[in-house]
Design a protein around this ligand. Structure first.
Ligand code: MSP
Length: 650
């Protein structure tokens, strides 16, 4: 069967609309985009799905806090995801929303089919529910008998009538599926975790709720309008409703999925619940469920309260989208956790991209310009450089299985070997010496070899770095598509004769971090209720602290005795704040957008005095100023009357 008859269905998780996209979301989407681009280029009939997960109590509450209807709020945040993926050139074929009418119909149909199969029954559920994770937890798993083991927020006890899915009936069938399909869960180490979990026994799953409204209603014929579906049942079904399940089923021949890309935190839902639902629906199993690891920033877990969440748009704007894509996929072995730091990103750009790839193209442009007026002819490459070609093809031959096994970091590592072969060949054969010795044909063949290697590498790198590789292929006078993929990769051909186009360096060297570090004062806070009575706080999932914990923070009144701007920084001011100690404290504050240095000088502020010192733009910061920020801007929190510097705030 030719590749074009074969189908490849590739999915990302659908993202919750209670938050804006961060680097974790971008990571999943970029891996999926890479696999989809490769599939298309290699001639597979490809369908790439992404979208947003919009129902559930968490979303309903996030909307309420903002004074919006759930639908309004979901529309707004869903659009921010879609816009980001559009701006990132993500090549999705469909962007699904769980509020789409077709999706809702499809989920209702699926519910009906499972019900008719006898896999769904009605009972009463009593248990601890974490709204934030949209998950029930048995008492044995709770922290201190109350808090969610996943996110640490308080759980609520829910007792209500519920429909259940007979998950327990699928234990044996699931174990048989894992057993017969060793690579159904990637990386393989994760499969063992899932098997151990299932072997521990599965309880039936509560799949409807009556305590809130924002969800898919049950099929009408069940006559139970107070129930809405559990968000994970609703959400997982997106993988088939996007292909028309329950409505126009024309695209259902893309099923089963070649790969569901997910993060490791949602593996249980995808590797246990989802296959069990599919078994109940009588549909085939997905080929792979691939779970990637977690991203941290500078070694720390990202969170809004720490203000260290990496915004993918900012990184791509500052460093280039393709460079960011390359970094994410190259830096971390798939399945492992990764750390985002500007230093690591800069190192990858300067070294792998600048020195190895960009420089090779520059050398080729230089050599062909100097000796052959820009002409590159590959006719005699095999005559002089067969050994190099063999080495290059040996590496390229390893690539495809690595990609489809999600070993993308190894794919890129292997793809860099041909670049090393090329750079070494120039050093070894020295075109300038060949020219001096009158070996023009050999020198031209060397150019042809370098061009061929650059051509082959740019085709295979295209799924990861589409823009950059398009530029390289334009300089080398060819187009990246299924035909050139076949010629350069499958058939091991070289490039036709061409005149090279001079293009500016693709990876100018980066000397310093281009992004300012976010700092705590500069957090994009959610307009959450600031002061909440305990019951309300609990309901809203805000963790409560004891008074002792509050007093662990040392707050003091300070007077700004010196204030200056930090050259090159759009956000930061450098302040010296007298808090009654021998020397003033140096505080780097992200307030420049709202206050000039002059305005701050001589004023009083409230200082968090026992924060660990941090470095911002290379400057030590020994405290943090309290401020309030909403959509109208930021203002400092100050004592109402002048107070002696160092006066404690309680
Ligand atoms: N809505 C569910 C998925 C339903 S799929 C049927 C959900 N949404 S999510 O928005 O919370 O997360 C989506 C993806 O982002 C998950 O794969 C998750 O692993 C990933 N990430 C969220 N934070 C992350 C990091 N810090 N690092 C890496 N990926 C992480 O779960």
């Amino acid at each position: 069967m030719s590749n074009s008859c074969k189908k490849a269905y590739i999915t990302t998780p659908i993202y919750y609309v209670n938050d804006i996209a961060h680097i974790g979301h971008a990571y999943t989407t970029i891996i999926a985009d890479t696999v989809a681009r490769y599939s298309r280029m290699s001639g597979l009939d490809t369908f790439f799905l992404t979208g947003t997960d919009e129902h559930g109590q968490k979303i309903e509450e996030s909307a309420k806090i903002r004074g919006k209807s759930a639908q309004e709020y979901a529309d707004e945040i869903s659009a921010t995801f879609k816009n980001l993926w559009d701006d990132f050139g993500i090549s999705y074929d469909k962007f699904i929303r769980t509020t789409d009418a077709e999706h809702i119909k499809g989920v209702q149909k699926a519910f009906g089919v499972m019900y008719d199969n006898g896999d769904i029954y009605k009972d009463v559920y009593k248990g601890h529910y974490c709204i934030s994770c949209e998950t029930f937890f048995p008492e044995s798993q709770l922290v201190d008998g109350e808090f969610c083991p996943e996110c640490g927020k308080p759980t609520t006890i829910v007792e209500e009538e519920s429909y259940f899915f007979r998950l327990s009936a699928y234990e044996e069938k699931l174990l048989a599926w894992y057993d017969e399909n060793p690579d159904c869960i990637l990386p393989k180490s994760k499969r063992n975790e899932v098997i151990r979990f299932v072997e521990g026994g599965l309880d039936d799953l509560s799949i409807t709720r009556t305590s809130f409204d924002w969800g898919v209603k049950l099929p009408e014929n069940l006559g139970d309008p107070k129930h809405v579906m559990y968000v994970w049942l609703d959400a997982l079904m997106n993988y088939i409703t996007a292909l028309g399940y329950g409505t126009d089923e024309a695209n259902m021949d893309f099923w089963p999925a070649r790969v569901h890309l997910i993060g490791k935190d949602i593996l249980r839902f995808h590797a246990i619940y989802w296959p069990a639902f599919l078994m109940s629906l009588g549909l085939p199993m997905p080929k792979h469920i691939a779970a990637h690891g977690w991203w941290t920033r500078d070694g720390e877990k990202m969170s809004k309260s720490k203000g260290n969440v990496v915004n993918p748009r900012e990184v791509a704007d500052a460093y280039g989208l393709d460079n960011f894509r390359y970094f994410m996929l190259r830096e971390v072995p798939f399945g492992g956790d990764g750390d985002f730091s500007q230093k690591a990103l800069i190192d990858r750009i300067n070294s792998d991209l600048g020195n190895d790839l960009g420089n090779l193209l520059n050398r080729l442009i230089g050599m062909s310009g100097k000796y052959f007026e820009g002409k590159v002819d590959s006719a005699n490459v095999a005559k002089y450089y067969q050994a190099e070609l063999d080495e290059v093809h040996a590496s390229l031959d390893k690539l495809e299985p690595l990609l489809f096994d999600m070993q993308i970091h190894k794919y890129l590592e292997e793809l860099w070997r041909p670049l090393t072969v090329a750079n070494k060949a120039i050093d070894k054969y020295q075109p300038w010496t060949l020219m001096k010795e009158g070996k023009e044909e050999e020198a031209m063949a060397l150019n042809g070899l370098i061009a061929a290697i650059l051509g082959k590498v740019s085709v295979m790198l295209y799924p990861v770095m589409p823009e950059v590789c398009t530029k390289i292929s334009e300089a080398l006078s060819f187009t990246i598509d299924n035909a050139s993929w076949n010629a350069l990769f499958k058939e091991r051909k070289n490039l036709d004769t061409f005149i090279i186009e001079k293009i500016p360096p693709l990876f100018p060297r980066i000397e310093e971090p281009l992004l300012e570090q976010a700092e705590p004062e500069d957090i994009k806070t959610e307009p959450k209720t600031k002061v909440a009575e305990p019951a309300k706080a609990k309901e809203e999932g805000i963790a409560l602290i004891g008074i002792d914990q509050f007093f662990q923070t040392s707050l003091k009144v300070g007077t700004v005795v010196k204030a200056e701007e930090i050259p090159k920084s759009k956000k930061l001011l450098l302040l010296q704040v007298d808090i009654g100690e021998e020397n003033p404290r140096q505080v780097v504050a992200g307030i420049k957008k709202w206050y000039s240095a002059n305005e701050m000088l001589g004023t009083q502020v409230c200082v968090v005095a026992n924060l660990k010192p941090a470095k911002l733009m290379g400057l030590k910061s020994e405290g943090m100023l309290l401020a309030a920020k909403d959509e109208n801007g930021l203002c400092m929190i100050r004592p109402e009357k002048p107070k002696t510097p160092g006066t404690p705030i309680s």
